[in-house]
Write a protein that binds this ligand. Sequence first.
Ligand SMILES: Nc1ncnc2c1ncn2[C@@H]1O[C@H](COP(=O)(O)OP(=O)(O)OP(=O)(O)O)[C@@H](O)[C@H]1O
Length: 616
Amino acid sequence: MNDPQDPTSTPAPTPTPLTIPTTEARGMARTRKPGASDAGYRGRTVWAVVCGALATWTGLGLTAAAAWLITRAAGQPPLSALSVAIVAVRACATLKGVFRYSERLAGHDVALRAQAAERGRLFAALAPAGPVRRGGDLLSRMVSDSDAVQDLLVRCLLPAVGAAAGVTGALAVAVWLLPAAVPLVAAGLLTAALPVPAAAAATARRWARRTAPARAELAALTADLAHGADDLAAYGATGRARAAAAGAAERLTALERRRARAQAAATALAVLVQGLTVLAVVLLARRHDAGQVTTAVLALATLVGFEPVLPLPRAAEDWVTARAALRRLRGTAGATPDSADSSSGGLPAVPGASPAGPCTVRVEDLTVRYRPGAAPALDGVGLVLRPGRRIAVVGPSGSGKSTLLGALAGLVTAERGGVVLTGADGRALRAGAGPEGEAARRVMTGLVTEPYVFHASLRDNLALARPDAGDAELAEALAVAGLTEWAGRTGWDTVLREDGGSVSGGQLQRVALARAVLRDPAVLLLDEPTEALDPETADGVTARLLARPAGDRTTVWVTHRLSGLAAADEIVVLEEGRVTQHGTHDELVARPGYYRDAWECELLAGGLAGVGAGRD
Ligand SMILES: Nc1ncnc2c1ncn2[C@@H]1O[C@H](COP(=O)(O)OP(=O)(O)OP(=O)(O)O)[C@@H](O)[C@H]1O
């Protein structure tokens, strides 16, 4: 989705496959020297700019020479008197085409390379943060905003250079032929080149503010239509939802039409200035008795000098959009772990770096309230999660389990207290937003948001969590999630659908789980990893998760299902936002309370009777 708060946000284009580098490509990317590619960009950009200017000047030369040739030829002079002009016309015509072609080639080449590099940088910045961002947002930034890098050069910089060349060329012709016309030509060209584009940019900003809410509304209704299609059909509400989306589309179209009219008015104004300037130049040349040839050449050179200036209002509008997109891209990269390394977050030792070695997590008086006045979702929770422990969090629905995991992942803001992660090196980080929180999230993350599969291959969907993972590690993560057989049938390189349409709910959940397992952070957070699975599969996944050698890794997982929790080192029971019980399975079933009641209910439900009998 686009950022509805950002007025210059543009709708995300049709999703294209999210191409995540394969192992080999990632290797190549690592070995490429950044300095070499930067120098390559600069060289190509300079070449595009030079060719653009030369194309404009040769175009001017072509018009001036042709005008001179035609008006001189009217007087039927000897052919030899025209030969230089004939050669000039041919040379300029050929060179103009060559320079324009070279400009387009070099410009688009560097723009597409820069765009690809920007997407690579963005991906590299986002991937280590783990599965904490929604795919739509990621895809929008990968596809839509990184287009801005391309637009900036092709639609903004090159037109601006062309306009500057046009202005200087036309002024040079005026200086050469009729210096008295210079102020007039300069005034006309600068009016079309400066205030008109500035006005167009201001108008673009104003209209963007008006269209952004309409676009956000349409995006939300369209997403509802796509993602909620089954529910809408089940309740006979598809027609209503379609009508609402169509209404939003019409409102947006009406606004866009008015915005296009404003854009056309800016271009028309520039054309009007062009016409008036040429007319004024002709009148001035006549007053100075400049002669037919001079008047014709001067008028046509002025006319052609305006040509590269006319696209400037459009370029100014594109500049507004591109700048906003670049700001968003910088914001994304700025909030990523790589850039977080440059910020201290008020901590000692290496600024912004994650704690090293085994990590201890202290949850101190954690109180979370989603709305002022509402009951707290967490109320003074205090816990110490030691390295290497496997800790299950259980409790009734709405007791605050997901909120606790969200707070550990730094996705939930605490009203009071907080979560502090301390590494073996003594370095402490507070979970939350900002660079410090990002650094904490690098080592304390996992499956904490709704599972999501990207429009990418199974391999790339997994590699999102660890781009440098080898095939053996990918296969191991899949095995823990119980997806080995499915992966064998589906194929590692089959593209999965972004909306999860090509995988079942349970498979989607397990792909996300495999991703979290592959990431293998020091503190692995899992929010109901077996939620969408049948009891037998869920038990298998839990058993494999708990059977993995823990080492120093702490695993915190939220679950409703108590089967298998005998293997957990600790069980935390949350009720109404408070920790009411804390101990091992055996300790908790021996005490009256929520855990024993829930355990007995599970046994009575029948599915676990065998497991319970086996244990006892
Ligand atoms: N985004 C939110 N906005 C407002 N209230 C919320 C939000 N998320 C959770 N809550 C409220 O906070 C409380 C705790 O919710 P939470 O999702 O953490 O519980 P839970 O134990 O994970 O529940 P479940 O087992 O049903 O997933 C609930 O009363 C819930 O309604």
